[in-house]
Design a protein around this ligand. Structure first.
Ligand SMILES: Cc1cc2nc3c(=O)[nH]c(=O)nc-3n(C[C@H](O)[C@H](O)[C@H](O)COP(=O)(O)OP(=O)(O)OC[C@H]3O[C@@H](n4cnc5c(N)ncnc54)[C@H](O)[C@@H]3O)c2cc1C
Length: 316
């Protein structure tokens, strides 16, 4: 057992902590109490998760899930934290990070299998190295495979659901199941999953010369570097694009580019990005979000819906 107790957790009562540690005897992963989520999100804000767990394997997960469920601990599955705004009070219950589920392989001529913890850009490179085309769009999306499936990540004209054929899920009691892409409702930056975590995904791609795949990836990455403020911590697009509109252009049109609250700033380069200049809090970011929504609605009549997932509690 490799349990690492880092800190005394204010939220989870001591008796529950003791019970959990006893129940988790066979767990071979890592476990941290009161772990700041600012260390695990690309925006670098967010208070502590009561409990952060890094299972080492599916067997670890199958052991863990029924125990967390038995103790009625809320469960949140964390990918690479690149589409998350965690409030300053942190997260109640258990956060599960699947970074150790990181195997990928080619299965059959045109299929790739990847576990949820694989980085999406790494999978795109792996596909390129195997002369498989269809995941070039993923090379600049800094999430995990699990997060990309959950968010149906993509860029204009390309999205994850187009190249996905199936996913393996585990429910909160530790039962596993296979689902085809048709079983899950995918839409713009959304997947409707049963209450479960994604273990792995299988993608269908097509053969193409490596040089063509590489050229497309380079082109997409270059465009991103020119249009997006990638030097400062951020969470990608904060808002979804309303039908026929660009959220960034609407934010620019109402004069908010460059506007700051505390250390959080609406990017000068791309209106749909909020940047953390070092000490931004979730409250700063949320105040900016409210300001954007109010100004855009007042001046254009359009309501901007969030793409970033806002989770957690306001106070510890
Ligand atoms: C610089 C930058 C550029 C970006 N560009 C794009 C882009 O072009 N297109 C785009 O779509 N997105 C983009 N994003 C947003 C983000 O990278 C994607 O939404 C990505 O798919 C999120 O993956 P993640 O692993 O980071 O998930 P997280 O942010 O950790 O989680 C997002 C959601 O997925 C769920 N989730 C994660 N893993 C699992 C799992 N294994 N099982 C069940 N649920 C899970 C979480 O519970 C949460 O609800 C960008 C972000 C940044 C910072």
């Amino acid at each position: 057992m490799a349990l690492m107790e880092m800190d005394v957790n204010k939220q989870t009562p001591d008796f529950l902590k003791k019970k959990l540690v006893l129940d988790l005897k066979g767990f071979s992963g890592e476990l941290y109490w009161h772990e700041p989520m600012s260390k695990h999100t690309t925006l670098k804000v967010g208070g502590p998760a009561d409990l952060l767990l890094f299972p080492k394997s599916e067997a670890d997960l199958a052991l863990l899930m029924p125990i967390l469920t038995k103790h009625a601990l809320p469960i949140f599955v964390l990918g690479n934290g690149s589409n998350l705004l965690v409030r300053d009070g942190g997260i109640t219950g258990a956060v599960i990070h699947l970074r150790y589920l990181n195997q990928m392989k080619q299965v059959g001529a045109n299929h790739l299998f990847a576990e949820s913890g694989v980085s999406y850009p790494k999978l795109a490179l792996f596909a390129k190295d195997h002369g498989l085309s269809g995941l070039e769009f993923a090379s600049g999306i800094p999430g995990s495979v699990g997060g990309a499936v959950a968010m149906n990540a993509g860029i204009p004209n390309y999205e994850t659901a187009q190249v996905l054929i199936s996913v393996r899920l585990m429910d909160f009691l530790g039962n596993k199941g296979n689902y085809s892409v048709q079983d899950l409702a995918f839409s713009y930056r959304k997947t409707t999953l049963p209450q479960a975590l994604i273990l792995s995904a299988t993608f269908i791609l097509r053969s193409n010369p490596k040089r063509l795949i590489e050229a497309k990836m380079k082109h997409l990455l270059k465009r991103r570097q020119v249009t997006q403020p990638l030097q400062k911590p951020n969470c990608g697009s904060v808002f979804k694009n309303p039908p026929g509109q660009h959220a960034g252009a609407l934010i620019e049109a109402v004069g908010l580019k460059g506007f700051s609250i505390g250390d959080a700033q609406i990017s000068e380069r791309h209106g749909n990005f909020i940047l953390n200049h070092g000490r931004a809090t979730a409250s700063d970011c949320l105040a900016l979000i409210t300001k954007i929504q109010e100004d855009v609605t007042q001046q254009t009549g359009i309501t901007l819906a969030l793409e970033v997932k806002v989770i957690g509690r306001d106070t510890p």
